[in-house]
Design a protein around this ligand. Sequence first.
Ligand code: ZN
Length: 190
Amino acid sequence: MALRHILDDNHPVLRIPAQEVKKINSAVQRLIDDMIETMRDAEGVGLAANQVGVSKRILVARAGEDEILELINPLCELAEGEELGIEGCLSVPGKYGQVPRYEKITVSALDREGKPVRLAVKGLAARILLHEMDHLDGVLFTDRAVRMVDPEELKAEEQSDEQTEIPAGKQNKGEQKKRQNDEIKSEEQI
Ligand code: ZN
């Protein structure tokens, strides 16, 4: 495995819809391994292949403390509900924003062996997958944010223990408790 360089939002590849993966081979599997290592190293909770400069429809995401999802050609089949949450992005360092996302989604994809998988997720896991699937369409969270949030504001919210949504750098203890059903207790960027 090897660390890959994470591109920032000035890079044009982040604005181009990524290509469907036609053939899953050892190069694709190596890329997935590298993406997981890169995501962990950056303390992120999700990473899309185009963020490391590979314009293919592949994402990795943390679904729990120890569970990593590896999805090839992911498609959102069902979506319901909506909630606002604070997001950050490894490709947009230091910026955070309030982004509306579906609350529950069902995603179909291929796994690293090329087998079809279907999963239903909600809350933070849904938010992470939607954020990463947006990357694969050339969309950044800053395009969808209804309001950008000052990092200082996040700190203040953390101190007042009233932060309403996820991680994006500054998740507080109360919020972790409220969101324990989502199984991810992270302080990272998506
Ligand atoms: Zn991102």
